[in-house]
Every structure is written in C-alpha cells, then in structure tokens.
Write a protein that binds this ligand. Structure first.
Ligand SMILES: NC(=O)c1cc2c(=O)c3cc(F)ccc3oc2nc1N
Length: 330
C-alpha cells in the first residue's frame, strides 16, 4: 500500500465503488450475481485496504458503510430492534489463529467454540408471540428488512405454532437444497424462463416473491441458529440454544460440535471441506462461535459484526460440483 498516494487512491476508490455497487445491485435486487463471491470479496477487501489508509476518503454511499442486502421497495419494511449483523470473514488458518488469540487474550483463558456449517442461503428473522409466528423478515441492511411473513409461512420446516407459548425472536438461514435447485431450474428451462445461477440466488429469488403461492412452489428450507430476545429460558451456551430450538420444533443443522481451543475447529473444517460436495445444501464455510453466552455478551459486537464469532470461508466451490449427482445427504 506504501506505493499509492492519495490522489491515485481516490481515483481507484471511485472505480471500485462503482463496480461493487453494480455487483450489489445485481446480487441483492435481481438475485442474479455478475461475479463469484471470491471476486467480490477480493475487490471489497481492496476497498477496505484503501479506505483504511485514507479514512477521509470514505463516503456514506461506499459499500463499506452498508451492511448486507439491499431491500426491494415492493415489500413492507421491518425494523430489527436488535440489528441483524453480518460476520467477520477469515480465509486462512493463520487468520483463524489470530482470531482465537484475540479471544483468549481478551478472556484470559482457552474457550469452547460451538462450530457450525455456514449455510449458503439468506438470513431470516422469525418473531413469535405466545408461541405463534407473527412476523418473518429478511436481514435487509441489518436494521431494515423486508416483511416476508406470508412467504415464510409456506415453508414446511418453519413452525407456525411452537411446542411452548414463548414470545421471542429467532434467526436462521433460509436455503434451497441442491436437489430442489436442479428441479426448479429444469422446470424454468422448460418454461423458457431464466435459470438461477446457484441455490442461494434461487432461495433469495423464491423468498422475495410477491405472491406467497410462488414461494410455496419452491420448496425452501431453513436452519435456525440463534435465539435473540427470549423470556428467561436459562440457556447458558450456544449449543444449549440449538438443542432448545430443536425441542421447540425448529429445523436445526445436525452437524454442529463443541470443541475446546482451535485444533477441534481445524479438524471440523477439514472434515466438512472434504464432504462439502456431497451435502444436499450449499455451504460456503464454517462458523465458530464462543459457546459460553456470558462470554459472548462480554465480548460484544462492533458496529457491523460480533466479536465472539468468525466465519472461516472455503475457497469457491467448483461450479460443476453443484450439479454433480448427490451421492448421499447428511
Ligand atoms: N450462514 C450460517 O449458517 C450462519 C450465519 C450466522 C450469522 O449470520 C450470524 C450473525 C450474527 F450477527 C450473529 C450470529 C450469527 O450466526 C450465524 N450462524 C450461522 N450458522
């Protein structure tokens, strides 16, 4: 970075911002990406690098100032009282160790992690009152999401009535299985419609249908991973929260594990990087969360991401592996 003077930096930033905003528009409002994630991530990291060196060049419309998806004006808006944050990303085991070192330095000892697959879908929020689903929404920009309650009610794995009359909010990932993605694209091709690029865009496009009947046709699924606001359920860890969510009737991904320190996380990453292609749903990495909820609370969040979790991103899946025959599912 030493080589870049301020005027060159300013010029490069204008180009990067325009390109990234073009990518975001295609990705979030048309659910049809122009580039693979890793291309977007690289350009986005260059933006952060330059803005980090010249903070006074940061503009309010810079992609670095926006969190998550762009919302579509056709939907009513929902305000997330507790923002739906994104996650910090790391791309190497060294960066993973740096994250772990920061946590251990802050906490003063080794911590247990709850390690989960990073489902490649779109984040959703579900609000229940006395055990009844009253509102479902997308992440949107983290603070303002789209009200897609009627669409989410068509998804079989989302309970409309819980096994207990609880009033709380849960969050998770809405996704489309690879099998359903193949079937949907075959149907669309026969009907002369544009096919979806990948299961994540098919899920986003299907959830954000104005007519819930269209969503119902698309066989979406969910994995719920967080209890946000809750009556005192006396839950102490993330792994307990997942168990409670399952007991309440939510679809919870069965592969998460609790590990102490980093070696277990690395073993988990290696295991699922190997069998990734044979899963019937897309994953783009592994999420490690400090398992103890009181330590999570003490570590807190930055403006955009929690300090107590990180997403380790796999290298992009080879396109043909998505359409490869599914050998077995988890
Ligand atoms: N894609 C995922 O499979 C996945 C995503 C998130 C998040 O985005 C996420 C964001 C937060 F602010 C806090 C916890 C989270 O936990 C998460 N856990 C997961 N398993």
């Amino acid at each position: 970075m030493a080589d870049l003077d301020k005027s060159q930096a300013s010029e490069e930033l204008v180009g990067i911002r325009n390109t990234l905003n073009e990518y975001r528009e295609a990705y979030y409002t048309k659910d049809a990406p122009l580039v693979e994630d890793n291309v977007y991530d690289k350009l986005y990291n260059r933006l952060l690098e330059i803005e980090g060196k010249y903070p006074d060049l940061i503009t309010p419309d810079s992609p670095s100032q926006l969190v998550g998806d762009v919302t579509n004006d056709d939907f009513n808006k929902v305000t997330h009282d507790i923002p739906m944050l994104s996650m910090g990303d790391v791309f190497s085991e060294d960066e993973l160790s740096e994250f772990n070192d920061r946590i251990e330095k802050n906490v003063g000892h080794e911590v247990d992690y709850n390690v989960e697959l990073k489902i490649d879908g779109l984040a959703i929020s579900l609000v229940y009152e006395n055990g009844i689903l009253v509102q479902g929404s997308t992440r949107g920009n983290g603070t303002i999401g789209e009200n897609v309650t009627e669409n989410l009610k068509t998804i079989k794995s989302i309970p409309q009535k819980l096994s207990k009359p609880l009033s709380f909010e849960v969050r998770g990932e809405c996704f489309m299985s690879k099998k359903e993605f193949l079937n949907l694209n075959e149907r669309r091709e026969k009907e002369g419609l544009q096919v979806f690029a990948n299961p994540r865009n098919a899920a986003a496009g299907s959830l954000r249908q104005l007519d819930p009947k269209n969503t119902a046709d698309r066989k979406l699924d969910t994995f719920i991973y967080t209890i946000v606001t809750f009556d005192d359920l006396n839950i102490k860890t993330q792994s307990e929260a997942l168990k409670t969510l399952e007991e309440l009737g939510f679809h919870v991904n069965p592969t998460s594990e609790v590990t102490t320190g980093l070696q277990g996380v690395k073993d988990y990453i290696d295991k699922y990087d190997q069998i990734r292609d044979s899963l019937d749903y897309g994953i783009d990495g592994v999420v490690l969360k400090v398992n103890d909820l009181s330590i999570q609370r003490n570590l807190g969040n930055t403006v955009k991401v929690p300090r107590w979790e990180i997403a380790y991103k796999f290298p992009p899946e080879q396109a043909e592996s998505i359409v490869k025959e599914i050998t077995w599912t988890i």
